[in-house]
Design a binder for this molecule. Structure first.
Ligand SMILES: Cc1cc2nc3c(=O)[nH]c(=O)nc-3n(C[C@H](O)[C@H](O)[C@H](O)COP(=O)(O)O)c2cc1C
Length: 200
């Protein structure tokens, strides 16, 4: 009798552990393996408050690999990225975009166009901005997938940033992306209806 009870308790405990493990595996599968591109795009939002936590090196390496693989016109890859994490550099950057929320990020990435390297079409149209924009959105989506928040920031003082970070003449800072664990919640997306943007 006592052995039977012990055996039943053991089976229940085993089943409980198996159930718990299957939930964890299921959850991580949904989050990391089977998240569709549409899910990822819906989850990305402009995060404007960050937790006071660092970002793991592996996550930054993963995000930057997604950036590195971005396409560009004539494959020129006319970009440079600066990881800003030192307190003195962060202070310099915050001076260029003076917003309280911006100061909460533990890390920033400056994305620049290298004008000497960008493809210029025969009619004179420069393509560096387009290239950098694609790479930056790779960055934001990869960060979202890793549970990180980001926000595109272009409304900074570009001349001041260029001067503070002593950027070379051909390098134009195009976007600054704060990156870290979100401390705010996504808002409902306001977008034009498909009929307004697609003509068939
Ligand atoms: C090119 C570009 C520049 C932006 N610049 C800023 C900025 O300087 N400051 C800011 O708070 N948000 C900035 N944003 C974020 C937009 O306001 C935001 O993407 C838009 O309102 C849609 O919201 P969502 O990103 O949460 O979907 C920028 C976004 C893009 C794409």
């Amino acid at each position: 009798m006592r052995e039977n009870l012990f055996f039943t308790a053991f089976v229940c405990l085993f089943k409980g552990i198996m159930y718990f493990c299957s939930k964890i595996i299921h959850h991580s599968f949904i989050l990391h393996s089977f998240m569709s591109l549409l899910d990822l795009i819906q989850r990305r939002y402009s995060c404007r408050t960050y937790q006071p936590l660092g970002v793991e090196q592996e996550k930054i390496a993963y995000v930057m690999e997604c950036v590195r693989l971005a396409p560009s016109a004539v494959n020129k890859q006319p970009w440079r990225f600066h990881l800003i994490s030192e307190p003195a550099d962060k202070a310099k950057l915050q001076e260029c975009y003076d917003r309280e929320w911006f100061k909460t990020a533990p890390l920033y990435i400056i994305a620049s166009v290298l004008h000497d390297e960008e493809w210029v079409r025969a009619d004179g149209k420069h393509h560096g901005d387009i290239d950098v924009a694609i790479a930056v959105e790779h960055l934001c989506l990869a960060a979202t997938e890793q549970g990180l928040g980001t926000c595109w920031v272009c409304n900074f003082d570009a001349a001041l940033l260029k001067e503070r970070f002593a950027l070379p003449a051909d390098e134009e800072p195009a976007v600054v992306i704060p990156i870290g664990y979100p401390a705010d919640e996504p808002r409902q997306k306001k977008r034009k209806p498909i009929g307004e943007i697609l003509s068939a």
